[in-house]
Design a protein around this ligand. Structure first.
Ligand code: F6R
Length: 614
């Protein structure tokens, strides 16, 4: 989704803005642009370059029509279209009527049509279809003695969400940024100050970053920044130290970030599990939850809320909580949770799962749950993200930066964290020490379970060749393999654009089986865990309709050979962890299908890494 970057310092802004925009590419975008405050014939002006497509296209435009290297202040943006098609005129930055103010914006201005009508009535002409352009004009209309006062006055008229960065040719030595609902991060190394919508463009300069809260506005100057509130009160925000090696966000020899991240999963799981499993007690230690045993014992039910891949991890979690802790647990899609008026009470625990920690619907669900008095906690990957901060208590995945748009290592770590949480709750409620130890040992196997699937990469690639030409596919599973089937189908459809559906294995015959024939492969998640025999029966039903079958089965299970030669093996393991190696096999299958079809794997069309609009 849209990305913001801004630079103010002693050095040329253009290469720094482009480098920053490249770090934001993974968020998904369709156009990009930069605006500089530049000296032209002794006067300052705003210079603008925008392009549709990838940053390379913007770079080519800059090579053809270079901007002065003397400009040391500028803002940049990657746009993911919401209002108006991807086009140069809709790309950010947007300029005010007099061309002296430039704005980049993430979020959605809900009352933009009303504001647009008011501004049009006052003679402002609109050059784009975006909601953002009203901001540039509003700032000009509300001109005050200082840029921060102009921006503050303009924002008073705005309903909706924003993260913005503003520069003005009349105030060449500063930049104003503000936040309501869309993340804004600031970092300064003493001579240069940067702003961005996440930490990636900032970490090459400093690992000490400051996250703005909703209602904050900040004045950036070279090497300094000051945060105030939109109502002009002084505000102090603690900086966060980012434990992020900038090299971790490079491809490191892999063809795509997604493949690199799939292969990083054993290490990601090791980092996620480190220090959290206590074998002797058969328990888990999750200090970020800040829950005493009596707090856990007093909860009567759990609601897990999330979107997309995180939702499927949550579905797995709901099974694990009920199995290990005997506590009623259900998963609810976050957009449903926020608008459906769900029943939650002080003895309801609400667990919000979000890799990015910025998903708009999940954030709104957190706020709704808190409003209703539930005990809220989060499971996030991005440290300092809005959901993590607003939930107040929670568990970080420690999966490292996930750049590929399709979530891989975050999903695995979400499942691992949910299992650990279920174990912690189980040991507080009904699980014996011996049963707990058995779960801990199963969890400790995880990195090696994943390694054994990664070792089959070539074989999975060969299987992918057989289905790469199909137009439809089904994934089936039951029990813990049901969320795994849903996740496998999502991975395939989002990066290969091949139509795929995940179904409960038992549900297939209630309708979708009508679609099966020799052209529609079925990927069956069928390791030797409870439900295996029933799934075998369902595979038989698929074969009877001539559907080619790929089975993900346990080592040593020869029963599957009767149906297919296309078998991917996972080592024998406890049912609570089986989804993890199974999903790794699905990730590799989806990756190779997409690669064979020549799709842009790391940035699939229409998708965004961080979905900050509802
Ligand atoms: C799919 C994928 C998405 C996200 C979803 C929620 O591979 O990544 O479905 O899981 O947009 O994102 P987060 O977890 O950041 O809240």
């Amino acid at each position: 989704m849209c990305g913001i970057v801004g630079y103010i310092g002693p050095n040329s802004a253009t290469p720094r803005l482009i480098a920053g925009l490249r770090k934001l590419e993974y968020r998904g975008y369709d156009s990009s642009g930069i605006a500089l405050v530049a000296p032209v014939n002794g006067n300052n002006e705003i210079l603008l370059r925008r392009e549709v497509g990838k940053i390379d296209a913007l770079q080519r435009e800059l090579d053809t029509h270079p901007l002065t290297a003397d400009a040391t202040v500028g803002i940049g943006h990657t746009r993911w279209a919401t209002h108006g098609v991807p086009s140069v005129r809709n790309a950010h930055p947007h300029l005010s009527r007099n061309g002296r103010i430039a704005v980049v914006h993430n979020g959605i201005i809900d009352n933009y049509q009303e504001l647009r009508a008011q501004l049009t009535a006052r003679g402002f002409e609109f050059r784009s279809e975006t909601d953002t352009e009203v901001l540039a004009h509003l700032i000009e209309l509300n001109s005050a003695d200082t840029l921060v006062d102009s921006v503050r006055a303009a924002l008073r008229h705005v309903q909706g969400t924003f993260g913005i960065a503003v520069v003005s040719a009349d105030f060449p030595d500063e930049m104003i940024v503000a936040r309501r609902g869309s993340p804004i991060v600031i970092g300064s190394n003493g001579t240069e100050t940067l702003v961005a919508s996440d930490v990636a463009p900032i970490v090459p300069y400093t690992t000490s970053v400051t996250f703005l809260d909703d209602g904050d506005i900040a004045i950036l100057t070279p090497g300094r920044f000051e945060i105030r509130s939109l109502s002009n009160a002084s505000v102090s925000r603690e900086p966060t130290s980012v434990d992020w090696d900038p090299g971790a966000a490079e491809k490191g020899g892999f063809e795509h970030f997604m493949l690199k991240e799939i292969f990083e999963q054993p290490e990601a799981l090791e980092n996620c599990l480190r220090g959290r499993l206590i074998e002797a007690d058969g328990a888990a230690k999750l200090s970020g939850l800040r829950l005493e045993p009596r707090d856990i014992a007093s909860l009567s039910n759990l609601v897990i809320t999330a979107c997309g891949t995180s939702y499927y991890a949550g579905l797995h979690g709901s099974y694990a909580f009920e199995q290990l802790a005997g506590i009623p647990a259900r998963i609810e899609q976050a957009a449903e949770f926020r608008y459906r008026n769900p029943i939650v009470s002080p003895d309801t625990g609400v667990i919000a799962i979000s890799q990015s920690g910025e998903t708009a619907d999940t954030l709104a669900a957190v706020r709704e749950a808190a409003r209703k008095g539930a005990l809220v906690c989060s499971i996030c990957n991005v440290v300092g993200s809005t959901i993590a901060r607003e939930a107040g208590r929670g568990i970080y995945l420690h999966a490292g930066p996930e750049i590929g748009v399709a979530s891989t290592k975050a999903f695995l770590c979400q499942v691992a964290v949910l299992n650990m949480m279920a174990l912690l709750f189980g040991r507080t409620r009904r699980l014996s020490n011996a049963e707990g130890i058995c779960i801990v040992r199963a969890m400790q196997q995880l990195p090696n379970l994943v390694r054994s699937v990664l070792a089959q990469n070539d074989r999975i690639c060969a299987i992918a060749e057989k289905i790469a030409g199909c137009t439809d596919a089904f994934y089936i599973g039951r029990g813990y393999m049901y969320p795994a089937a849903l996740e496998g189908a999502l991975k395939l459809k989002e990066i290969s654009y091949l139509h795929a559906e995940g179904y409960h294995a038992a549900e297939l015959k209630h309708g979708p089986i009508a679609l099966l024939d020799e052209h529609v492969p079925v990927i069956a998640c069928a390791p030797s865990i409870p439900g295996h025999d029933k799934t075998m029966g369902n595979i038989q039903e698929c074969r009877a309709r001539k559907a080619p079958v790929i089975v993900i089965a346990s080592e040593g299970d020869e029963s599957v050979s009767a149906f297919t030669e296309d078998v991917i093996r996972i080592p024998a393991c406890h049912e609570i962890v089986a989804a993890i190696p199974v999903v790794v096999a699905e990730q590799l299958l989806a990756y190779h299908v997409a690669r064979l079809r020549g799709e842009p794997i790391d940035q699939p069309r229409n998708l965004a890494k961080s979905v900050t609009v509802e």
